[in-house]
Design a protein around this ligand. Sequence first.
Ligand code: PLP
Length: 375
Amino acid sequence: MQKMCYFDNAATTLISKAALDEYNNTALSFMGNPSATHRLGRTAHARLEECRSLIADVLGIKAEQLFFTSGATESISIVLSSLLWAKQPGEVILSAIEHEAVLSWASILQEKGWTVKTIRAKGGFVSPEELEGMISEKTKLVAVQMVNNATGAIEDIDALVKTVRRKESEYRKKIFFFSDAVQALGKVPFSLTALDVDGASFSAHKISGPRGVGALYLKKGSIQSLSKGGGQEKGVRGGTENLPAIAGFAEAVKEIHSSDGNVEEINAKMRELFQNAGIKLLSPEESYSPYILSITTPIPSEVMTRMLADRGFCVSSGSACSNNARGKAENVILSMGFSSKDAGGVVRISFAHTSSIIEAEALAEEIIKIVKEFR
Ligand code: PLP
């Protein structure tokens, strides 16, 4: 099989050797169900809590504020479905550039009588002033992601939360601020406590951990959840905990926070190569995650990604860990104020801490060559 140079790490990453070892060791050595009262159950439970504390320490939060789930989609669903407990439907504000895991809740909430307002993100950024004008007495939740998965734009969560808190005191009503932090974990520095968000979602497979495991941060350490089951995770997420995957997740969190990869250098080099070749960047010039670089070319995304795949490079056309929702990925780019021509030619290049600068340069040269031939 042809060797592929992988630059689609915002969609998923290769599990690291250390995370896989931790997965295997835990699967083989901790066979009890963490809820069981016998000795093997108790040791499995202790291992579960050890993993929780490790991740919580790295995030600077209390262990009791962290809940394991099957991934960010489930973490998000737990928070958004909790609104359905409310006696009266209210209003939510979702940024237009959220991942489908969030945006797909708009129609469900509307069906249940909720008003869903969408806040745009011009140039990739949600404006606190615009948010201020949209919040009303009925607003119950605001969701703005920490890092956009299409362009890598880092949202000003601090200013957005402060705006929400001001409105809270004005209306004397609680507004839940949720931030999907999937593309931020281990990639850009942040403090959940300092940012004062009420909830945040995380996923292991974006940071070289196993698939099908993630976490939910809750400032208050609880939420009215629809995911009851056997009451695991203090009733926030029922179901037997996937202990081997959680152990792999904890290892991946540890690893990415102690790694000294050269992603910044790779990103800077690629930006320089593209700009010198007259290729337009969709990723912002400032406040961006070095792990994601989006460009647009005159060649349709699908054609470009296929041509690159034939030449041994994996990239994505848009925000796609959801290629099955391509139209929606394009909408995200359009809502940032880019033209439909720009949106049609998006190439998202995304890195892992193990990415190679030599392969990245080869990719940039290949894209530049294809564009030159086309012109
Ligand atoms: N949020 C963002 C920003 C993502 O990039 C993804 C990736 O798919 C998700 C949520 C969903 O994560 P998961 O695959 O863990 O459900």
